[in-house]
Design a protein around this ligand. Structure first.
Ligand code: ADP
Ligand code: MG
Length: 433
């Protein structure tokens, strides 16, 4: 409190209190010294009133109240900030710490996550301790086995229907892989991936797995939401590690589920503005620094409208396939495939399939599950096990409603109003619009 320089400045300011420039100088001098908290708060408040849109003074107030451990005052200020995205990195860190002190851990984490996304190099020991997974663990530690389903058993024969998807996969990625020399002789690079989209439960993941099984390749299944959630701030490195793992284990199907989690367009995106991870993903896809030979890249999304259009450029996910709910014929096949493993008799697959319009493959799994449970219950009561029949399935169908319609309500809006470059033509066709 006894800096002669500051004392002189304060005296000068008292004579010309309207001199804002001087006030700012006094304030910054005080902030370089300790013990001036109360005066700092006073001047910062005054300056804040003069320049309500200048968050600099808001941040100073938060920091000073924080030092004084007056967290409720901090909270009041924070709640009044109109646009938190305008805060500086330090300002955001202060906000996160205030939330922590107020035991609002989720809020704190969300502010911190956004902060790291916007400023990947930002470091703060207290916040890092709390939220960032430690450096050693932080880097992806998975062994080649872990995220691997080594050579899935299922093949195309286990996937009911989906003829168009199978054909596309065959032509676009399997054949080129088997005929790399031929492609090369025409100067054509093998690459690019297939993106499947459609309502949940209709076989996107299953199909990717079966593709690997079909060509006896390894299979790596990556849910992008997992990567983003688990390793805040280190997602790029981990993404790179997955690609490297695939490169070490060719032939390999590298399957990315929930591609939309990386969507730049997502308004509620946890990583709003995080271009780093998207750029990393794109350069891995392009094989800029490395070779993707022998890797089949597949992706899936239930929300294709959230996907960053940059993913759809040539050589990336340049084949986009709609995976609709199974049609009558496909449902017959799926029911038949699934019943193969269970004791059954006299099942009229045509009529069963006709009762399950709009049911997904996963719904069919559920229906069979219900039917099996009932028959098991009965068997335990009577002590007399019997095979499943059509009536069992009919009853089960009544107990399980189809799950795909909800998806179409959303999809329809995009297909009708945002069908740029015909991306959703297949949805319109399916809905007969
Ligand atoms: N065409 C299909 N043929 C056989 N089973 C299917 C088919 N579609 C879905 N299923 C079953 O439904 C389950 C869920 O499908 P999944 O591939 O996870 O759906 P999605 O990834 O599209 O949400 C699969 O594990 C599989 O048992
Ligand atoms: Mg899936």
């Amino acid at each position: 409190m006894n800096s002669p320089e500051i004392n002189a400045l304060v005296q000068a300011l008292n004579l010309t209190p309207e001199n804002l420039q001087l006030k700012k100088i006094v304030l910054s001098k005080m902030m370089e010294t300790t013990g001036y908290s109360e005066s700092i708060i006073k001047y910062a408040k005054e300056l804040n009133q003069e320049e309500p849109n200048n968050l600099e003074y808001t941040e100073i107030l938060i920091q000073e109240y924080y030092k004084l451990e007056n967290y409720s005052a901090c909270m009041v200020i924070i709640e009044n900030i109109q646009d938190p995205s305008q805060l500086s990195a330090n300002g955001r860190a202060s906000v996160a710490k205030v939330y922590l002190k107020s035991n609002e851990v989720d809020e704190a984490r969300s502010v911190y996550t956004d902060l790291i996304a916007a400023y990947p190099d930002f470091v703060d020991d207290e916040l890092d301790d709390q939220f960032r997974v430690k450096e050693t663990v932080q880097e992806l530690e998975v062994t080649d086995d872990q995220y691997f389903l080594k050579k899935p058993e299922a093949t195309f024969d286990d996937v009911g229907g989906m003829a168009k998807v199978k054909k596309e996969i065959e032509m676009k990625i399997i054949k080129p892989l088997e005929n790399q020399k031929l492609f090369a002789s025409y100067g054509k690079k093998v690459g690019g991936g297939i993106l499947m989209f459609g309502p949940p439960g209709c076989g996107k993941t299953f199909m990717a797995k079966a593709t690997a099984g079909q060509i006896k390749a390894n299979f790596i299944n990556i849910g992008l939401n997992d990567i983003l959630d688990m390793w805040i701030g280190n997602s790029e490195k981990n993404l790179h590690n997955y690609f490297e793992m695939a490169r070490r284990n060719t032939p390999c199907v590298l399957f990315f589920d929930e591609i939309d989690a990386l969507g730049g367009k997502r308004s509620d995106m946890k990583f709003s503005g995080n271009k780093n991870i998207i750029n990393q993903f794109l350069s891995e896809l392009d094989g800029i620094d490395s070779n993707n030979e022998g890797i089949l890249i597949m992706g899936a999304s239930n929300c294709p409208w959230d996907i960053d259009p940059a993913f759809r450029r040539p050589g990336r996910f340049d084949r986009i396939i709609f995976v609709p709910p199974p049609d009558q014929e496909s449902r017959e096949v799926i029911f038949e495939l699934k019943m193969k493993e269970k004791p059954h008799e006299n099942i009229n697959y045509k009529s069963i399939a006709s009762l399950t319009k709009d049911y997904s493959g996963a719904d069919i799994d559920a229906v069979i599950d219900i039917a099996v449970e009932k028959v098991l219950e009965e068997a335990m009561e009577t002590g007399n096990p019997r095979p499943l029949n059509s009536t069992d399935l009919q009853k089960a169908i009544k107990l399980h409603s189809p799950s795909t319609m909800e998806w179409f309500t959303t999809a329809k809006n995009y297909a009708v109003f945002a069908n740029k470059s015909g991306l959703y033509d297949d949805i319109l066709k399916y809905l007969k619009i």
